[in-house]
Design a protein around this ligand. Structure first.
Ligand SMILES: [Zn+2]
Length: 470
């Protein structure tokens, strides 16, 4: 009797253990299936093997960017387009984690939550993914960028959210990927990063947009004031310098000439709290989700800064960092009375899967970054900068508001090269485009480096969009 009882207990325990195990398996299968299927050990989907199952990736004008032909993944037939869109599309290696072939793998392979890959093609959702980018614009931006060490150029439609251009260098041809070894890893440093989404840089003078916003909102007589720049001024025991003596200026002229002394003085007058609050509201420390892909947040923190460092923070030096697409979003906000539309990259698929999952793009507002009056004033300052300092014919007839910048990080690292920026937007109703371009490793200023990339890419983007409408 005692023995029977012991056996019953043993069987009872085994049954409980079996049921707990089954429950665990069921829960894991339901909740974790999409993760499992994406794991590298699942050769059916991950890696080049998985990509062979993947659908066609196209740009906004149905140019094929990637597809499977004769059991091989092939990319666009223009090598420049392939290199320009490497970071958006991805390659067979899946090393670029933010690329569509990495991020949208299950959608591209038609993987079904319930049926896995066991459905015939005709029953699977659409496997093709349509992107918002324009291959021609990306190619143009790439050709303007490629002479530099590294950089990025992003353009998006600030009314609809569609990303027209997302180009990052360093890059390579996905049809001929480099073998990166210890010997050549310096040459390819950062090559797997989409700098548009995943890198931050010293902003230099483009940060004067933030300091100007803080000044406009907090200094009542800001428009009546004038300043005199002698090229150098001592603030808190250290010098703040300009490239030249700018003479006497009002705010507009100081912004256009990009006078460091004026904006350094303003940052000190506004103080740590106002500068921090304004930078936060304008999204400098924020990360955004672009078609589900998280961007790298920028950095503005003066909590431990001396007054001298606070001064430099107002002209985009000190420890300031910004991300390219975040700056484009900010420019979109300025163009739209303070509230940005958040950009997106994936338009949809040939089926309804992405729409069902809420992943297909559509215009959606982000948080308000500026009061509408401040946005209007910044727009005037940025318009004035183009008209008086950069040249109004620069963008081939587009009406552009912009700001250039030169981030001097590399100089302080003992290098004579620096980072050039141009950010801005066109006010033309038919081509509402905001942009941010950064070029690393040139000894020239932002206007002649990033400015020329922005110019070429914006003119092409406007042409492409206008041709679509014809
Ligand atoms: Zn100056």
């Amino acid at each position: 009797m005692k023995r029977t009882l012991q056996r019953s207990w043993l069987i009872f325990i085994l049954v409980i253990a079996f049921l707990v195990g089954m429950a665990f398996l069921v829960v894991e299968t339901v909740l974790g299936a999409s993760d499992w299927v994406d794991q590298p050990y699942n050769g059916h989907i991950a890696g080049a093997g998985g990509l062979l199952e993947a659908g066609v990736i196209s740009d906004r004008n149905e140019n094929v960017l990637a597809q499977t032909v004769d059991n091989k993944r092939v990319y666009n037939d223009d090598a420049d387009v392939r290199k320009a869109l490497l970071h958006v599309v991805g390659d067979d290696s899946l090393n670029i984690s933010t690329a569509i072939q990495s991020q949208f793998r299950s959608q591209l392979t038609g993987y079904s939550f319930i049926w896995g890959l066991n459905l015939p093609d005709s029953f699977r959702g659409g496997k093709d993914v349509d992107l918002t980018v324009d291959a021609d614009t990306c190619k143009t931006a790439y050709n303007a960028l490629k002479e530099y060490d590294s950089g990025a150029c992003v353009i998006y439609n600030y009314e609809t959210g569609e990303i027209i251009c997302d180009v990052s260098i360093k890059t390579y041809d996905p049809e001929d990927p480099p073998e990166i070894t210890k010997d050549n890893e310096d040459e390819y440093e950062g090559v797997y990063l989409d700098n548009v989404l995943s890198s931050t840089y010293t902003p230099g003078s483009i940060f004067k947009i933030v300091t100007a916003a803080a000044a406009i909102e907090n200094i009542p007589d800001i428009w009546e004031r004038t300043w005199t720049c002698n090229g150098k001024e001592e603030i808190d025991g250290g010098d703040v310098t300009c490239v030249e003596a700018h003479g006497t200026m009002n705010l507009k002229e100081a912004f256009g000439h990009s006078c460091n002394i004026v904006f350094a003085e303003l940052a000190v007058e506004l103080g740590e709290d106002v500068m921090t609050e304004t930078a936060k509201k304008m999204g400098i420390n924020a990360s955004f989700k672009i078609s589900g892909i998280k961007t790298k947040a920028g950095h503005y923190d003066v909590s431990k800064a001396t007054t001298h460092q606070l001064a430099w923070s107002g002209v985009g030096q000190y420890e300031d960092k910004v991300n390219p697409i975040q700056m484009a979003i900010l420019c979109g906000a300025i163009a739209r009375k303070g509230t940005p539309v958040i950009p997106y990259l994936v338009e949809g698929t040939s089926g309804s899967m992405l729409k069902d999952m809420g992943l297909a793009g559509s215009a959606s507002n982000g948080e308000k970054m500026l009061d509408s009056d401040t946005a209007k004033s910044l727009k005037e300052l940025m318009r004035f900068a183009v008209q008086n300092d950069y040249g109004d014919d620069m963008f081939g007839g587009l009406t552009v508001c912009a700001k250039t910048g030169t981030g001097e990080t590399l100089i302080s690292e003992g290098n004579d090269k620096n980072d050039g920026w141009m950010v801005g937007f066109a006010t033309d109703k038919d081509v509402p485009l905001a942009f941010a371009c950064i070029v690393r490793g040139s000894s020239n200023y932002g206007y002649s480096t990033a400015g020329q990339v922005a110019k070429a890419a914006m003119i092409q983007a406007a042409d492409s969009l206008r041709n679509e409408k014809d």
